[in-house]
Design a protein around this ligand. Structure first.
Ligand code: CA
Length: 224
């Protein structure tokens, strides 16, 4: 899961980064509205935007308005000052999916983040099922035939992306973008290594990670 945080309060941003990285997400941070706007225009692989409304250089509402004007349906969670009912209503009118009034608990924010990402994937619960494979997003645990699989953080992230797009091809570039934050160097070769390790751990059952030659990967059920 890849998240963009636009927040100019350094202390709050640090807390958010730590909490969400701890929950297994790749998280990038910008401290102004114009940077948020630029990042959203160039990177389409974010799963969620956490947007403070009171941002320098471009107001959060303007960032949101421009995002929706480009036709993006990216889930957006806005952060508002406690007393600004007016801004909150405007934010929702402009196409925000949810809001949190400051101050808030990080635990509640994490739960709302999960709910928004889940809703985007069309799911009703925190776990994704595919054949013998179950992935619990809240607990970051994957099970195969009811048994827990021992996966590294990277392997879990990879599995999460593949499960979100079962039956569809995911390119190596997309995997890199979904798994890595800015400044993190992960090559296509490294992705191949992670895929290899993940395969060894999950391909006992009736599922496999198919290689679409030169293009990417696809998680699929083995017929029969
Ligand atoms: Ca602010």
């Amino acid at each position: 899961m890849r998240i963009l945080i636009a927040e100019d309060d350094g202390v709050l941003a640090d807390g958010l980064l730590r909490a969400l990285r701890g929950a297994g997400a790749a998280v990038d941070h910008v401290a102004s509205g114009s940077e948020a706007d630029a990042a959203l225009m160039t990177n389409k692989e974010f799963d969620l935007l956490i947007l403070d409304l009171g941002l320098p250089k471009m107001h959060g509402l303007e960032v949101l308005r421009k995002l929706r004007a480009r036709g993006s349906s990216l889930p957006v969670l806005i952060l508002t000052a406690a007393d600004s009912v007016d801004e909150r209503v405007k934010g929702l009118d402009y196409g925000a999916d949810d809001y949190m009034a400051k101050p808030f608990s990080l635990q509640e924010l994490e739960a709302r983040v999960r709910a928004l990402v889940r809703r985007r994937m069309g799911g009703a619960s925190d776990s994704i099922k595919h054949g013998p494979l179950t992935y619990d997003q809240a607990g970051r645990v994957a099970m195969l035939d009811g048994r827990m699989i021992d996966l590294s953080a990277r392997e879990l992230g990879l599995l999460e992306v593949l499960l979100q797009r079962v039956g569809r091809m995911v390119s190596k570039d997309q995997l890199v973008e979904r798994l890595c934050e800015w400044g993190e160097e992960v090559s296509n070769n490294a992705i191949e290594v992670y895929i290899h390790r993940l395969r060894k751990k999950i391909e006992k059952g009736s599922i496999r990670i198919a290689t679409v030659r030169g293009l990417g990967y696809c998680l699929e059920k083995i017929p029969g």
